[in-house]
Design a protein around this ligand. Sequence first.
Ligand SMILES: Nc1ncnc2c1ncn2[C@@H]1O[C@H](COP(=O)(O)OP(=O)(O)OP(=O)(O)O)[C@@H](O)[C@H]1O
Length: 607
Amino acid sequence: MPTTPAPAEGTDETRPAESRSAVRSLLRLWPYVRPVRGRLAVAAVVAVAASCTGLVIPLVLKWIVDGPVADRSTGGVWLGALYLLLLGVAEAVLFGLRRWLVARPLAGVEAAMRADLYRHLQRLPIAFHDRWASGQLLSRGTTDLMLLRLFLAFPLTFLLVNSVTILVGVLIMLAQDWTLGLVLLAPAVPVMIVCWLFEKRYSRVARQAQDQVGDLTTLVEESVLGIRIIKGFGRHRSQALAFRDLSRTLRGTELVKARLLAGIFAAITTLPELAIGAALVLGTVQVADGSLSAGTLVAFLSTALALRWPVESIGFLLAMSQEAATATERYFEVMDAPPESDTAPASGAARASGVGAGLRFDGVRFRYPDAEGDSVPVLDGIDLHIRPGETMALVGATGSGKTTLTALVPRLHEVTSGRITLDGVDITAMPREELRALVAVAFEEPTLFSAGVGENVLMGAPDTAGEADLTRALAVAQADFVHALPDGTDTQVGEQGLSLSGGQRQRLALARAVVGSPRFLVLDDPLSALDVHTEALVEAALRRVLAGTTALVVAHRPSTVLLADRVALLSGGRVTAVGTHHELLRTSAEYAWLMSGRTETTERENR
Ligand SMILES: Nc1ncnc2c1ncn2[C@@H]1O[C@H](COP(=O)(O)OP(=O)(O)OP(=O)(O)O)[C@@H](O)[C@H]1O
């Protein structure tokens, strides 16, 4: 049964062969940013205003030095101080306003993207979930979306704000003294080259780190879900080692990121500092010559120092943008995966000609999508007719494809070729929702959700179902133990229902399958965890209540087979024999062998 957790390592599909440019990746965020573009634009203007307000401070300093200080006017100095205070307060208020403007809309963008991702994951085919590690999906819905929100809050605005600030600052400095201005501009080209080199390398490592976070999440998730096995087999040490290896790898990648960041910080801070030093020496000489006023030099250097932060922050703004571009790529890798689609229009449930009522398989062939092209199909030419109201047991050796066959009926997988019809209607011709309302399923591994017992069972019924349906379904599935639970049907079953026994969970899953009184029922060995007495009671109740239901039941034990009107034997990808249990025991050696050992005892017990 394909119920094993997804592989711990991210698959090839989760690693793009070639990454697109950061800008192209980030542009894909536009549909989500569009609704809040007004707020973001206003916030950017406010931030530019705040930043440019800071650049006026050096000009006031120049006025103070060349004016009131030179004239020894105490009143002028106080007035200058008041201007500086007001400018400082204005800058702080404007930056605060920017944060207020973006906080709520960006939380909304993150929530909308997360909701879309979740909705899309629900609509993706089982084949997708078989291929993708759950931790990879989880990390895309958490860490990656957080990185995107941070990008929209900071780098997106501040790469623009800082560019404008640097431009205005450079113009102010050139206007003060163009030779000193050119000295300060000298490092611009090398800084740009360093940024370009950095971006290329950082994008590769950022992708690696984010994928490794996904792998680590998968490992943690598997360890938590499989904690009973890990403890039972004393595997905690090897599991801890596996965790340590992965986290070491991640640590190594993070260190590479840190080294790259350190490199760009060193370049981005050292080169402008050298230029400021050179400008200071040159300016001081000019002041000594009398060709430059002291106030102009103060204003020039204050402006240069005010530009230090906008220049230095470019390094980590680029790093955050690169991580956001990677997060966007990872997000859209999932969103671009095609969801299950209805091949026919909603009203196009065409009746296939020449086929009768009931559940019918005609020449059904199936190969798993990720199987090798030349491998033998799991199912190869299945022809089987289950008449209306009939219960057919499906028997076969382990691995013969029973689970696969049952999964084809509610279209959890698509047939490779051939046709399945329900009361003469091709299942591909009806909308999936309609199909899944007609067909109820229960699997050997019963999955329950963190909710009340009643809610778990009623998931199988239309919204109109009530207490009476619940009670009836619990009675059919012999799940009356529910009434003895502390809160009855409201008792919370905990994550995956692990607070209940395997047999209790199976009976709840069976109740969920029958609560909606489905026309078609597909049960994949749903009674395997029950003792034979309880199984017999369930079977008797099922026969009574579901007399009109057409059912396909995978069976391993003779006691389950006896529930059925007829039995189909699956062997070598085909149905090789169909008949009653006793007929097949006589005519099919394989069937007799499969049932051997337990037949007589169980039959005696059932009598
Ligand atoms: N998701 C999958 N991708 C590829 N192959 C799969 C997948 N799930 C099952 N298979 C393969 O398909 C074959 C049939 O598996 P299936 O689970 O249908 O057998 P089964 O008859 O139900 O076995 P069992 O009685 O042990 O439950 C097996 O060889 C299995 O390895």
